[in-house]
Design a protein around this ligand. Structure first.
Ligand code: MG
Length: 253
């Protein structure tokens, strides 16, 4: 998918040549990539699944139990934490001394059975020429359970979670610095797949190839307006509406 200005009446040869140009751009950008890094939530599974809203509801429930506020006030507080600290957890830890392990266990205690195994995605990830890692603001346990449900857990070398990051969440540069260090990742030879555009700002500055994974048009309903991006930002190298299809377009060695 290119970011060229929309042509009101593209003919099929225009579309074909645009696809060729994009394929060349992907081949050139990924030629030196040996590490493939994936966000988890709304990236490795579609934003249209009911998983993230379930986690979101558990976060709200945790806060209702903690503060006893009505859900509307809590929504506002939660958004404040999310925007100020990157995650609700860091806000709760910083401002209220909440125990991280208790919180993570509670909010990720969800039913993942609606998530179907994704064989197409599994094959596409398996074919990638390099290491594969998960980088998430959630917990390792949640990432492993979710990846197992998708049938892709065996494909990843490791999960770098919010605990490994000392509770410093993406998009804070400290989260990426800890990740690069721990897993000996050279950002200039690594690509990041992520559904939130602002989480690609630091990776882009550090030289990573960045891919924004977006919901297909018309399926953006689960996202807040400030989370949505159309990929025109300079820190977004590529936009992928279909993660598996994009991965398949990366040439193998
Ligand atoms: Mg995500």
């Amino acid at each position: 998918m290119t970011r060229e200005a929309a042509n009101p009446m593209p003919c099929s040869s225009d579309i074909e040549s645009a696809a060729k140009v994009e394929a060349k751009r992907i081949a050139a950008s990924f030629a030196s990539i040996d590490t493939f890094v994936f966000d988890l939530d709304n990236t490795l599974y579609p934003a249209s699944s009911d998983l993230w809203p379930e986690i979101d509801d558990r976060i709200t429930l945790f806060m209702i139990r903690l503060f006893g506020l009505d859900s509307l006030s809590l929504r506002a507080l939660q958004k404040h934490y999310y925007l100020r600290y990157g995650t609700t957890l860091r806000g709760l830890m910083t401002e209220h001394g909440v125990d991280a392990e208790v919180y993570l266990r509670y909010v990720h205690d969800i039913d993942r059975s609606s998530l179907a195994p994704d064989h197409t995605l599994a094959a596409a990830i398996a074919a990638l020429p390099g290491r594969k890692l998960i980088l998430t603001n959630g917990s390792r346990d949640h990432a492993l359970k979710t990846a197992r449900q998708l049938g892709i857990d065996h494909l990843f070398e490791d999960v770098f979670d919010i605990i490994a990051a000392d509770f410093i969440a993406k998009p804070d540069e400290g989260a990426y610095a800890r990740f690069f260090d721990k897993h000996a990742v050279d950002p200039r030879r690594a690509a990041l797949f992520e559904d939130i555009a602002r989480n690609l700002v630091v990776p882009h500055l550090r030289g990573m190839t960045t891919v924004l994974v977006t919901p297909p048009k018309g399926e953006e309903r689960e996202r807040e307006a400030w989370e949505l991006s159309h990929g025109a930002e300079p820190h977004v190298d590529f936009v992928a509406e279909n993660l598996a299809a994009f991965l398949e377009s990366i040439p193998s060695l």
